[in-house]
Structure formats: C-alpha cells, structure tokens
Design a protein. Structure first.
Length: 208
C-alpha cells in the first residue's frame, strides 16, 4: 500500500452525515494515537480532511467532540446480544463495557474527568452533553428480563441501572488498569443479579 493511499490528507472531502462520521472516526483515531491531552481540534480536522470551522460549528470544545466520538463507538442498546437469561446478558454487557474502557473511550474518560475537575463550567458542559448510554443499555437488559418473567418490574429503577457501569468505571479510574474479567463476573453474581431479584422495600429476594 502506497504512502499516498494511507495519508489521511489525501482523502476526499466529505459533507453532511459523511463528514460528521469522518470527524468522529478521526477523533477516535487521534485519541488512540496521541491520547486525550495531546488531541487538538486542528489534528482532528486534518485527519478528517475537514476545516476547523466545520468542527467548531458542531462542537464548541474538544470535550464535547470527544464525548460524541465516544458515544459513536458504543452499540445501540437493541444490538446487545440476547443470551436468554439475565445473568448472561449482564455478562455480555459488562464485558463489552470493560473492553470499551480499555480503548480510546477509556483514555477519553480519564481526560474528560481531569479537565472537568478544575473547571466547573466544563463539568456542566459534559453533563449536559451526556447521553446516558450506559443506563439505556442496562435498561434494555432489564426489560428483557422482566419480559421473560425473571425479575419483577418493580426491581428496575434508574439508580440500579447505573450500579454495574459505575463499579467498572470506579475500578478503571482508580486502579488505572484494564478491568479483569473476574471483576465483571463478581459484579454480576454478587451485586447485579441479587439486586434485580429484590423489590425495593422487601427484605427477601424475589423467588423467580
């Protein structure tokens, strides 16, 4: 393969959705190659064969661009494989999340948090931009379990839908290492499965 064919500066210019997708993919490539701290709007624009103005028309900052790029990586909740049981679905979902954290999305998460802590205005911007994809994916897994009769609908609450992803992020951020599969299994078996089998206000798990 020639240098010209791999040089991102030689790619044809794009418009509309094709341009947006090219910019988001270029952002992921920049994250993987340079990390969050070294990522610049100029670098993304050059890699995507786009003007800086086209980036700033859509994203007001590096943080908002990176957030959209990370969400671009994540699957649609309806695409999560259906294993036929709650435990299996939870394992698939959290393993998928663990793999995502080990790549450019994890690098972005560390960078975004580091940028937001000393600048409260950035924290507000990041929260406003958040799409709650982790909760939506967990909600789909819980919906399937309710439909199968595995768990009661009363056991599903927003705060419970956040627990698994929060535990993964906590390990990733404070241990600064990939999430081991043993931790995924432990979270599913000792936290999530018992939690979703318990109705709030009841002392005993649901018998299903």
């Amino acid at each position: 393969m020639s240098a010209e064919s791999t040089d991102h500066r030689k790619r044809p210019r794009r418009r509309g959705d094709a341009l947006v997708n090219a910019i988001l993919e270029a952002t992921i490539e920049e994250l993987a190659e340079h990390g969050y701290t070294a990522l610049t709007m100029e670098g993304v624009a050059e890699r995507a064969r786009a003007s800086k103005a086209s980036l700033y028309r859509r994203w007001t900052s590096r943080a908002t661009l990176v957030m959209d790029a990370v969400y671009h990586l994540l699957p649609d909740p309806s695409d999560i494989p259906d294993t036929g049981e709650l435990r299996g679905d939870l394992l698939v979902l959290l393993r998928q999340s663990a793999r995502t954290l080990s790549g450019p999305a994890g690098e972005a998460l560390r960078g975004l948090l580091g940028e937001a802590l000393p600048h409260p205005e950035h924290d507000v911007e990041i929260r406003t931009r958040s799409q709650g994809m982790g909760r939506r994916m967990m909600a789909e897994v819980a919906r399937r379990a309710v439909a199968r009769g595995e768990i009661p609908a009363e056991a599903v609450a927003d705060v419970r839908l956040d627990v698994g992803q929060a535990l993964l992020r906590n390990h990733f951020l404070f241990r600064v290492e990939p999430v081991p599969d043993s931790l995924v299994v432990e979270i599913v078996d000792t936290v999530l499965v018992p939690l979703f089998h318990t109705v709030p206000g009841r002392s005993k798990p649901n018998p299903h």
